[in-house]
Ligand binder design. Structure first.
Ligand code: NAD
Ligand code: MG
Length: 393
């Protein structure tokens, strides 16, 4: 049976990998709509390649460029919020949510429909508004299926037993580009060095998050919401080869692990079809050729972001919302050359500690979470160099 798919963030790294999976299975997946951020030409090219029926660009200013680029194709299109809403409202069995950052939250939330599967790559949706997001999915009757490789591996490993027998869920971290660097050398790292990921080829924000290890922190929060496990039952281990992605430790001492070559097409294909697996013509994992898999503990002195994220998860309420917002602003400032590498963790920690957990609400809705998110962003901007408030903080 042909399944109908809509792709949010179709021009990004995950979007392009999803397109490869779709194009390799023409009879099994058909694309209804594609959504992109700003690049009208790239979105039009993707819509044509996938023979989508509708293309929506979030940036209203790109309306004419998108219409021009799609002229004669028969593909309907629009730009701005209403076009994105039309894209998520059109009929589709599966929506692959791969907009980067918190910008993905509203469209992904709007894409929830009864019986629809949300193949979720946009981890920030869960970090910003975890409880509200998951409870909306339950109420609406939408299924959330993780695309993030670690969580997709955990989802598969969890099928080996009962949830009440799970002792711990463990995700692996490649360690990023600075795994073997000294603290002094990391302190002087440039945005280009931080963006050069040793294993995965991804979008720029997630590359910086991988260098700070905040990506693992966000993923712990993501795992907490997806699998309903408290912070002390979630583990992280550094595994530079990125072959083992997630492990479930059972109460009898056994472990079930999810392994695959580091290629996002594997978890994407799994999230799209789940039990009814797609045949993927990708290289197979040859363990004998690899020879050795290595693991090490996270060095929290050189990578403080993981501990900061764990503390936010333990604090609960809207603290992960604050953490996520502060991190996005700090990462953008680092990329713009305004602050140094370790200023990212310092800024995030300062923002989190100034929002004491007790004063924070427990966001019941996505709109509540976005309100805290906005406040935390404003506060973070005030701490950055050049801000009129910076000297007073
Ligand atoms: P990317 O930057 O390569 O692509 C982002 C996509 O979102 C682009 O299509 C862009 O046009 C679109 N976009 C940006 N802002 C938008 C807006 N306001 N409205 C609509 N569209 C908008 O990012 P990516 O690496 O593909 O990551 C996407 C998401 O998947 C992120 O949340 C990331 O954390 C997650 N993820 C990525 C990887 C990976 O390997 N790249 C792995 C796991 C999870
Ligand atoms: Mg991941």
């Amino acid at each position: 049976m042909t399944r109908v798919l809509t792709i949010l963030g179709a021009t990004g790294s995950i979007g392009r990998s999803t397109a490869e999976v779709v194009l390799a299975h023409p009879g099994e997946l058909r694309v209804e709509a594609v959504v992109g951020g700003r690049d009208a030409a790239a979105l039009a090219a993707m819509a044509r390649r996938l023979q989508a029926r509708f293309a929506a660009l979030a940036d209203e200013a790109g309306a004419a460029a998108l219409a021009d680029a799609l002229a004669g194709s028969g593909i309907a299109c629009g730009a701005g919020e209403s076009a994105v809403t039309e894209a998520v409202d059109r009929n589709a069995d599966i929506v692959l949510a791969a907009i980067s950052g918190t910008a993905g939250l509203r469209p992904t939330h709007a894409a929830m429909k009864p019986g629809r599967r949300i193949a979720l790559a946009n981890k920030e949706s869960l970090v910003c508004a975890g409880e509200a997001f998951m409870s909306a999915a339950r109420q609406i009757g939408a299924e959330i299926m993780p695309v993030d490789s670690e969580h997709n591996a955990l989802d598969q490993a969890l099928m080996a037993g009962h949830v009440w027998d799970v002792e711990k869920a463990i995700i692996t971290a490649s360690g990023g580009p600075f795994r073997t660097w000294s603290r002094e050398r990391i302190a002087a790292a440039t945005p280009a060095e931080a963006a050069a990921h040793p294993v995965w080829s991804m979008g720029s924000k997630i590359n910086i998050d991988s260098a700070t290890l905040m990506n693992k922190g966000l993923e712990l929060i993501e795992a907490h919401h997806l699998f309903e496990l408290p912070e002390d039952r979630l583990g992280v281990v550094v595994h530079p080869e990125s072959i083992v992605h997630g492990l479930v430790q059972w109460r009898d001492g056994a472990l079930t692990a999810g392994l695959a070559l580091p290629d996002m097409k594997v978890p994407i294909a799994n999230a799209l079809r789940h039990h009814d697996r797609l045949a993927m013509a990708l290289p197979r994992l040859d363990l004998a050729a690899i020879g050795r898999l290595s693991f090490e503990a996270v060095d929290e002195d050189r990578f403080p972001c993981l501990g900061i994220a764990r503390a936010a998860l333990r604090a609960g309420r809207a603290m992960p919302t604050v953490l996520n917002a502060a991190n996005e602003i700090a990462v953008a400032a680092f990329v713009a050359g305004q602050i140094g590498f370790y200023d990212i963790s310092e800024v995030v920690e300062r923002v989190c500690s100034s929002f004491s957990a007790r004063e924070l609400p427990a966001p019941a809705t996505v709109a509540d979470a976005l309100q805290v998110d906005e406040e935390a962003r404003r506060h973070t901007r005030g701490l950055l160099p050049g801000s009129p408030d910076a000297a007073h903080n």
